[in-house]
Design a protein around this ligand. Sequence first.
Ligand code: ADP
Ligand code: MG
Length: 526
Amino acid sequence: MKRTNLTPTEQVLEQVRSAKAQQALARWLERQTATVTPAGWTGEGFTEAQVLGVYLQDYLDHPSGVIIKIVEKGNRDKEFKAHKQAYKDSSRDSPRFAEEHLAELLDDMIQLDNGGSIIFQRVVGGGFDETQQLDKALIESLDPVAACRHIASSLLDEWNTHSEHSGSLPQDIGVVFDELLGQRIAPGGTIAAWASRHEGLLVEPRTWLSHGGQRLINPFALGARASLGSQLPKMIIMRGKTHGDLHPGNVLVSTATGGLSYFLVDLARYSASGPLSWDPVYLTLTTVAKFLPDLDFRSREALQHWVLDPAGRPDPAWPRPLRATGAGVHHATVEWAQGRGILPLWKQQRLLCLTAVALLLTGRDRLLTPESRTWFFWLAARAATQLVGEDADFTREDPLMLPESLIVGNVVSLDDRRAPDSVRPSSADHVADEAEPWNELLAELRVVQLDAPDPVTLAAHTEALRLRLVHTLRSDGVYRSTSIKLLAELAATLDEALRPGATSTDVRAACQHATLLRTWILGKLS
Ligand SMILES: Nc1ncnc2c1ncn2[C@@H]1O[C@H](COP(=O)(O)OP(=O)(O)O)[C@@H](O)[C@H]1O
Ligand SMILES: [Mg+2]
């Protein structure tokens, strides 16, 4: 039975999806003699982490706005350590940067038995709902190019006040390429999962590819095990502090001051000595990834050329955040490199990062469509071709022809395809009855209209879906498969938008998130 007279701490605990995390958090609060009160805010991330906003109050202390991030599976303290290191490095080199732009981590964290963790950090920007994710902020910003330019130059000038990498010796391109892609190109990695299916592409890579009558360098031929990367001249890599996962959702912008106050969150991939062009390229390409499905074929081709050379004017028909990010980042980074007289070095390093980040995105099977992933592959090939440039004297070999459907949809694991345990037939007698709700839920999810201007319309559109979600999620608090977790998140997102006091901005944000969740869920299950 559901209790109605819960204490604020119990209300927060009730929101925690995983039973294990719930118990661990309860024990932690007791140990700290602390209480929490829901702030009526939850974060929208791109992983399966649950992000809750609360007011935390230690014994005899005033409340403070804190984000609780619960990762159920993962690398225990990876994010905690990386975030802490980022904060410490930044406080040592540029204390104002740490204070003004990084979320502050609380000292303590909780490790969960199953490899997950709970970390606590202060809410940035002065309070919940005082910031917006960058891509959303750019839609409303008066001067979105200036906002992006400010952020990109602050990362270089204010964060990286000196190089972490003493005596940057020129490095073998193949070695750096492998460092940037890491396990993703190893057997079983996210890129290898699709690329190793094509003979001559990733494993024992041929040097050239044929694409629309052109010869392009096979980007995988840059790897250390192939010969191409090590035949190229060594490269000086400018290194320093990099966020590592700088997509628009991890850059928050103050709603009060626009692009001038910005904050970095989600620092799990922080490095003290990453290539400095990684973050600017990553921010640009993840923004591209967001808008690519909205563009037609011709625009996509033009966009590929613009990404390779953003000095030209972007097509005014492209979405505003996309043009602003590409142009702002370009101006800031070129200005930085010119100021040091290292523009050619920067351009080369940028091409290497473009190749690597574009390849990384080809492995994002949950977030991107096969078409977008294929687009990123050919971007990587074009960037690699420019990188190799004049040095390419490998023309005798025949190019590899790749099939049109280079990347096919996800291979769905059996576990995700079948109905979850809670609705799976419990006995032979009920087979038909019990499997039906699951199919009905999916059918409803396919057709439901997930855009609404206000809570009342959203409630009407989603009534049938919400009933089916309740039915599916009711019986079990411990979630087994990824799809069930996503369904729970969908239910929570809709509930949040329909709570008393939700504004039309909340509703629009919820609709966007719900649409994204639908794509993931249906992508996983069909
Ligand atoms: N310290 C913070 N202050 C304010 N908002 C935050 C903070 N940390 C996270 N958020 C919000 O929650 C969202 C998800 O958090 P994040 O750490 O990026 O999770 P994920 O790993 O799932 O992407 C962020 O995109 C941001 O909008
Ligand atoms: Mg994030």
